[in-house]
Design a protein around this ligand. Structure first.
Ligand SMILES: Nc1nc2c(ncn2[C@@H]2O[C@H](COP(=O)(O)OP(=O)(O)OP(=O)(O)O)[C@@H](O)[C@H]2O)c(=O)[nH]1
Ligand SMILES: [Mg+2]
Length: 463
């Protein structure tokens, strides 16, 4: 992939705003802007300006002024992409944005593909592949946790950990391969006990990174929490209370919610996706029964299930509820379950006390008055293991990295048992090379055009 052309794209969000930024990158970026820029004060040529300078002037198409703008100049190789980059800050009218972009397309630029600026940064060695992916994660981050992880990955925390292991392993691989050249002499350049120590260390780090994906995946995608229960117990009211918004229709008619309703909020810096579901009951109604089927699917997919009953029912039908709770527990034995008595505003304090002694761990709540909603949020964050996050450890959030780590781990374990069995150097070298390959996949020492295409296609245009 060699890029000889100069690309252009809108870098800010599409639509109108106070200011928009249009970005050019490539060998002719500065020549092109110079053609269409007229300084406000003097007749300066942008070609002769220093890198990292900003210039006030007009974008002109022949004699026509399109806008008054600020132009920032970054000269190759000191820019985001490593090429010459020009950023035009113009007034954020969509008309102006389009006029300027069209002007540069006519001048010789090509419209940038999704993620192409970052792709070029990668190809020019400005960032490695996992850092480039972190750029997309950073843009997508919408809570403190995903932001923290993306920032850490973008700074290169993850890559440097991988690169270090890879280098050490590479050194040993070379020594072992060197031994092969002296096969007749039966020499050992690679100290086997040192090697074993390294393999153990690598295997330990890989295991930690692989395990971190359980947390990372949850942080990146939000934690799905299904709110389930019989009709009319207040599931939709609870959803609204959690979101602080009238998201779902609430009514005293049983069977109000028929389709699952989802929305996300951040609690304690972590994204939670709440799913309000159709109340579970026997029904003849076809639409409702489809909704109920969906409820069970959502429970299946959820990380946590919030099971709601009405406090009044607890009072009058406690035996039945015990059976219902057992049913759910048996159906989803692995799933963290929060059992809630809602509508506690409708029962007396005495009755509340009784309830609590009868059902341990029952969460008391009134979705209507808001009592118990905050403590429910605390309980939910308790389900997320945030230890790694607090300690600022590297957390893997990317499925591609996770896959490569698993494969590398598998190969390293082969090397390990090879060492234990006294496997010959040539066979061991193969396994080592394989694990090196998977390390390289993460940081991008080893890539294919297909892989790059897939990764950068998920970026926005202009990034
Ligand atoms: N007093 C009191 N009423 C509540 C409370 N929570 C919900 N309600 C009322 O209970 C009724 C049913 O509430 P919804 O939130 O629609 O119940 P739901 O579980 O979503 O019901 P379906 O969608 O039919 O399954 C409404 O009239 C709510 O105002 C509460 O904490 N206290
Ligand atoms: Mg409802």
């Amino acid at each position: 992939m060699i890029n000889n052309d100069t690309i252009v794209a809108l870098a800010t969000a599409s639509g109108s705003g106070a200011i928009a930024v249009i970005r050019l990158s490539g060998k002719d970026a500065i020549t092109y802007i110079d053609k269409h820029f007229r300084s406000v004060k003097d007749n300066k040529s942008l070609i002769n300006q220093k890198s990292h300078t900003i210039h006030l002037g007009h974008i002109i198409d022949g004699t026509r002024e399109i806008d008054e703008v600020l132009v920032s100049i970054f000269k190759n190789p000191n820019s985001y992409t490593g090429e010459s980059v020009v950023e035009i800050s113009c007034h954020g009218s969509q008309y102006i944005q389009q006029e300027i972009i069209q002007l540069f397309l006519r001048t010789g630029c090509r419209m940038a593909n999704a993620g192409e600026f970052t792709l070029r940064a990668f190809l020019n060695g400005k960032l490695d592949l996992s850092q480039a992916e972190a750029v997309a994660d950073l843009i997508a981050s919408d809570n403190a946790a995903s932001h923290q992880i993306a920032m850490q990955q973008m700074r290169g925390g993850f890559s440097s950990e991988i690169a270090k292991l890879r280098e050490e392993l590479m050194n040993f691989a070379s020594l072992i391969e060197l031994e092969l050249d002296f096969a007749e002499e039966d020499v050992e350049f690679a100290d086997r006990s040192e090697f074993k120590e390294l393999i153990d260390r690598i295997s330990f780090v890989l295991k930690r990174l692989i395990d971190s994906f359980a947390v990372g995946n949850v942080i990146k995608n939000g934690i799905p929490v299904a709110i389930v229960g019989e009709p009319n117990v207040g599931k939709s009211t609870l959803l609204n209370a959690l979101l602080n918004e009238e998201r779902a229709i609430v009514s005293d008619i049983a069977g109000t919610t028929r389709d699952a309703i989802e929305d996300e909020i951040s609690i304690g810096g972590i994204g939670f996706r709440f799913i309000d579901t159709a109340g579970i009951r026997e029904t003849e109604d076809i639409v409702e029964s489809i909704g109920i089927k969906k409820t069970f699917e959502k429970m299946e997919q959820a990380q946590v299930v919030v099971l709601l009953f009405s406090a009044e029912e607890f009072k009058t039908e406690s035996q039945r509820l015990k059976v219902e709770i057992e049913k759910i527990k048996n159906r989803f034995p692995q799933k963290p379950l929060v059992i809630i008595a809602n509508k506690i505003d409708k029962i007396t304090n005495d009755e509340l006390g009784k309830l609590q002694s009868q059902f341990i761990n029952l969460h008391l709540l009134s979705a209507k008055t808001g009592v118990g909603v905050e403590s429910l949020k605390d309980k939910l964050t308790g389900f997320v293991n945030t230890g790694a996050l607090r300690n600022n450890e590297t957390i893997v959030t990317n499925t591609r990295h996770y896959d490569s780590l698993l494969k590398a781990f598998e190969e390293i374990n082969k090397v390990k048992s090879g060492l234990e069995m006294g496997l010959s150097g040539d066979l061991m070298a193969i396994d080592i090379r394989q694990s090196l390959f998977h390390f390289g996949e993460i940081t991008g020492e080893i890539t294919t055009d297909d892989l790059l295409g897939n990764i950068f296609a998920n970026f926005c245009i202009g990034k």
